[in-house]
Design a protein around this ligand. Structure first.
Ligand code: ZN
Length: 125
């Protein structure tokens, strides 16, 4: 998990532009997952649909500035090399939420689990 903090320059770079495009074109999906065993609890999973695959973005609801993304860029440049603290998917989620362009889905835990295999592997349809 990485603390959310974007430098002022980041909005002009290519990564930001790519993220804006993803956000505007409804590539950000928000899954509200209701847990069966604790009916009061809802988890939020953000999924960013890329060209060939979909990436899961998670943040800690108790600490909304702490983010994690499933992509290679995040693993290498954020976690390993500490070059920056975001990837374009994290940016896309943030932009989509701010501009209200995310698509929301409300599912039970069971429904989400049934859907989950398709979240991570690209399938031709
Ligand atoms: Zn990412």
């Amino acid at each position: 998990m990485v603390v959310w903090e974007i430098t002022k320059n980041s909005h002009v770079n290519q990564r930001w532009k790519a993220a804006e495009k993803l956000a505007k074109n409804h590539h950000v999906k928000v899954y509200h997952i209701r847990y069966d065993h604790k009916s009061q609890t809802t988890a939020l999973h953000y999924v960013v649909v890329g060209k060939t695959t979909e990436y899961l973005v998670i943040f800690d609801q108790k600490a909304p500035n702490v983010w994690w993304c499933q992509c290679k860029d995040f693993s290498i440049n954020v976690i390993l090399r500490k070059k920056r603290n975001y990837c374009k998917h994290v940016l896309a989620v943030k932009i989509a939420l701010e501009n209200n362009t995310a698509d929301h889905y409300y599912l039970t835990e069971k429904e989400y689990k049934a859907l989950r295999p398709n979240l991570f592997f690209h399938q031709e349809d």
